[in-house]
Ligand binder design. Structure first.
Ligand code: C2O
Ligand code: CU
Length: 716
């Protein structure tokens, strides 16, 4: 053991050490101070997170730009409860003459923010030459203006315009008619290009065919896009004989030394009155809720009764790497009819989950996921575990999957039916004034949720592998695939709805659309007062107290991007037009037809070691057990479709140091980080668990298309 690993010691001394450690972390430069002027090769995209300001005619010496930072919070992006992105603008201006020189009645330069239609116009305060941090801004598209005004506190802009610039999102424009016609013509002229390999797809025995894909409300599709079909054989599980109905998840306590039999098999499920053939663990949706004591050792006998090979991965557990369920790395896939033993250990309290690590796009989506609660004896607050998912259902039933290659390889398969614990309308009970703890796990293929409860206060308590060092009140929680968050919810009366509220980006028409989904509701009755108080978590504070010296440069820089091969003309054309802007998070499945019809044979997502240029499995990253490494994760903007990636490290834990140079407001141990489009994040990984492990994007279609690598933690 090295000296920095005294994680059991809980003392005021440790708190002091943490303060010192954080102090030294903060002192380490992450990215250049002004990223607009001096964009780093391996830093955030200046094109998405900076705006150039243009000087008004006659003011030639004046120049300015705005750096768009995320507001520090517990998540890697900041959004409002409605889902609007919040930025903290840093305005830099040079060459401003004394204000009376440009207008004798003016007394102050004032910065404003407004929308592209110039309403409302909000005074952000007085500015001068140099750099100033302006109040947060949360418009989808906005314009920042500097003008010369009679006083700094004017509420209407009357004075002379000095500088002006639009947010990166204002570049979104409806494509012009010529482009449209080009795209349509191109597709009509060359149907081979448009259909990809789809003509060569053999018919399946059960004559499953691609029909169409359902559209979300308010989103348009081009006629030429409507003709696209995936170049893969359609697949859905077929019932042989009568299948059992799926049951609700059963609470399954396991004691040290116990053995659990876990069968993956086919079930019938009823959703909104219609019947579907799906998958389940032990016939339950979600799979059995396993509860164990911290430190226990449990055996699982996994039996594969699916129609395809599988494994079980125990997401987030720092277990023996040979039990990690990764095909061809820690084990061979378990063939249909075969079984496999896993020995699990649980070193950290918290909430974990299990899912297959073979064709997650199919197996996890069809219902193979379940939670593990590793007991936390300190908590007296009543708790509920809620597993989030979404399912894509069309008029003919479930939209088939690709048998040989995954469909939806661009953005991942967004569902149109949201599920909480497998139900489209989850219901709960609570008492008014009482506090409930909800643990959320996002088991969906690609959807990031922005969750909130109406008529309630929410306080963020814990995430993947630990509690936060401090609890924090939040407006909403942003949860990407594979992440877990715990919130304490105090209901203030009346009925409460669990909402997902996001801004969807209609790529075709270049506009933002509000999408509000009600995932469930809580009946609030009676009155009780156990409202929890804000507390600092001494154990976690001590735990995150690294005493290591941090190098200012990352030990490893990984870049994430996309390469395409043989995309239909219409798709590449539209994607190119769309690439003028990428939103930090792709909240919703727009560009529906193009996304659906693109398979993992055409879209190749990659992770690249920037130093060596090696990609995916060929990256050779080795560390020693006990090492702490700073890793920079760069989400490439310069790629045909830039989007967020939830990056997951197996078997270890890490702290998020910064996103685009901004440190989060509170820390906790994580195993998955949401990496916004075009951003650069630094994480500090504690490599404590020896073995061969995986690092990958947790969007099921992205890992399926190759966005993964392995690393080796060697015993000293
Ligand atoms: Cu839950 Cu390799 O992932
Ligand atoms: Cu990804």
């Amino acid at each position: 053991m090295t000296s920095g690993r005294r994680r059991a010691s809980v003392s005021l001394l440790a708190v002091a050490t943490l303060a010192a450690a954080i102090g030294s972390l903060a002192a380490v430069p992450t990215v250049p101070a002004d990223r607009c002027v001096d964009p780093a090769e391996d830093g955030p995209s200046p094109d998405l997170y900076c705006m150039e300001l243009v000087a008004a005619p006659g003011l030639d010496g004046v120049a300015g730009h705005v750096q768009l930072d995320f507001v520090p919070g517990p998540f890697t992006i900041s959004v409002t409860r409605e889902g609007r992105q919040i930025y903290r603008p840093q305005l830099t201006v040079t060459g401003l003459p004394p204000v009376q020189d440009i207008d004798s009645t003016a007394r102050a330069y004032v910065a404003w923010v407004t929308t592209p239609v110039f309403s409302p116009m909000i005074n952000l305060g007085e500015v001068a030459n140099g750099t100033v941090t302006l109040p947060p801004v949360s418009f989808d598209q906005f314009v920042i203006i500097v003008s010369a005004e009679r006083s700094a506190s004017v509420t209407e802009r009357r004075g002379r315009l000095v500088l002006r610039g639009g947010s990166p999102s204002t570049r979104l424009q409806p494509p012009d008619f010529q482009q449209f016609s080009l795209a349509v013509m191109g597709s009509a002229l060359d149907s081979t290009m448009m259909h990809g390999h789809s003509q060569h797809v053999p018919a399946t025995s059960d004559s499953l065919a691609w029909t169409t894909v359902p559209m979300p409300a308010g989103i348009g599709m081009l006629p030429s896009e409507m003709a696209l079909r995936p170049g893969a054989t359609p697949f859905l599980p077929q019932a042989r004989g009568r299948l059992p109905w799926s049951q609700r998840s059963q609470f399954t306590p396991l004691a040290n030394g116990d053995t659990l039999t876990l069968r993956a098999g086919l079930v019938r499920r009823r959703i909104h009155g219609r019947e579907y053939v799906m998958y389940a663990f032990n016939g339950q949706t979600p799979g059995p809720l396993l509860q164990v004591e911290r430190g226990a050792v449990v055996t699982v006998r996994f039996i594969n009764e699916l129609d395809q090979p599988s494994t079980v991965h125990w997401h987030g557990l720092r277990l023996d790497w040979r039990m990690d369920g990764v095909p061809h790395i820690s084990q061979e896939p378990v063939a249909p009819g075969a079984s496999h033993y896993y020995t699990l250990r649980f070193p950290d309290a918290g909430v974990y989950w299990y899912h297959p690590h073979v064709r997650e796009d199919i197996q996890q989506d069809l219902g193979l996921s379940g939670n593990i609660r590793v007991n936390d004896p300190a908590s007296a607050i009543p708790e509920k575990l809620l597993l989030l998912d979404d399912l894509l259902i069309g008029s003919d039933g479930l939209v088939p999957f690709g048998r040989d290659h995954a469909t939806h390889a661009l953005m991942g398969r967004f569902g149109n039916v949201m599920l909480v614990n497998g139900e489209p309308a989850w219901t709960g009970q609570a008492r008014s004034g009482a506090t409930m703890r909800y643990w959320f796990t996002n088991a969906s293929n690609t959807r990031t949720f922005n969750l909130s409860f109406t008529n309630a206060r929410m306080r963020l308590v814990a995430t993947d592998l630990s509690r936060f060092e401090r609890q924090q009140d939040v407006e909403s929680i942003v949860i990407a695939p594979a992440e877990r968050y715990a919130i304490d919810v105090t209901f203030t009366g009346g009925r409460s709805h669990l909402m997902n509220r996001v801004r969807a980006l209609d790529h075709v028409f270049g506009r933002f659309i509000q999408q509000d989904d009600t995932l469930g509701s809580v009946t609030v009755a009676g009155v009780r007062n156990n409202a929890a108080r804000i507390s600092a978590d001494v154990a976690v504070v001590a735990d995150t107290a690294f005493t290591v010296e941090l190098a200012s440069n990352p030990d490893l820089t990984l870049a994430f991007g996309l390469r395409v091969d043989g995309l239909p003309f219409i798709t590449s054309r539209m994607m190119l037009l769309d690439s003028s802007y990428f939103h930090p998070v792709e909240w919703s499945g727009t560009m529906v037809g193009m996304n659906w019809a693109t398979t993992t044979a055409q879209a190749k997502w990659f992770v690249r070691d920037v130093a060596t240029g090696r990609e995916n499995e060929t990256i050779d990253f080795r560390v020693r057990q006990g090492d702490r490494k700073r890793i920079r994760l760069v989400n490439l903007r310069n790629t045909l479709h830039g989007m967020h990636h939830p990056i997951h490290l197996h078997g270890q834990r890490f702290l998020i140091l910064s996103v685009n140079g901004v440190a989060p407001s509170v820390r906790a141990w994580k195993d998955t980080i949401l990496l916004p489009a075009g951003s650069a994040a630094d994480i500090l990984v504690e490599f404590d668990n020896p073995g061969r492990w995986m690092l990958h994007c947790h969007i099921a279609e992205h890992v399926e298309s190759g966005m993964m690598t392995t690393f080796e933690v060697e015993k000293p």
